[in-house]
Design a protein around this ligand. Sequence first.
Ligand code: XMP
Ligand code: MG
Length: 184
Amino acid sequence: MYEGDIASVLLTEQQISDKVAELAKQVGEDYQTKASAGDLVLVGVLKGAVMFMTDFARALPMPAQLEFMAVTSYGSSTSSSGVVRILKDLDRDIAGRDVLILEDIIDSGLTLSWLLRNLAGRQPASLEVCTLLRKPEASKIDVPVRYVGFDIPDEFVVGYGLDYAERYRDLPYIGTLQPTVYSS
Ligand code: XMP
Ligand code: MG
């Protein structure tokens, strides 16, 4: 599947699942003693975070409510502008709840910084971010990210939810694309 399109495997299925288990264990420990009402609310950012969200929720040693948001940032397909529009909002109120945003990848951090401001305005009891991947650019902007799976080089990656032109999301691993894919 997609074999000729993949230049290299950056993270294997095993590496991803080990990391997801490790992140879920850490979050479980950190939130065990939280006092606010209701279960932890996981907010997955569509579509990229879907695989991460479903694996993470099942690895988490505590109950969690699954919520999704879809946002789009104006700009080209491989970079973001920070101007964000909500395509699908949360179904429920998060006031007074512990909220953990699950992201697939943070690049410039512009999308996330907008999302954090937006969700913080809804008065959650707490608001943190857990991202599977982080690119070097992300360290330049001041976005508080409590949980990071992997710091990766500044290359465009696909798989495990991440797409190029809506393809490759269904790959079980994360890899880079052959240059020919971009030029065809
Ligand atoms: P910013 O720059 O706002 O961007 O942090 C975050 C969003 O940009 C997309 N993105 C990628 N998508 N492979 C992808 O498939 C990548 O290497 C990549 N880098 C950034 C992604 O939608 C992310 O949520
Ligand atoms: Mg995308």
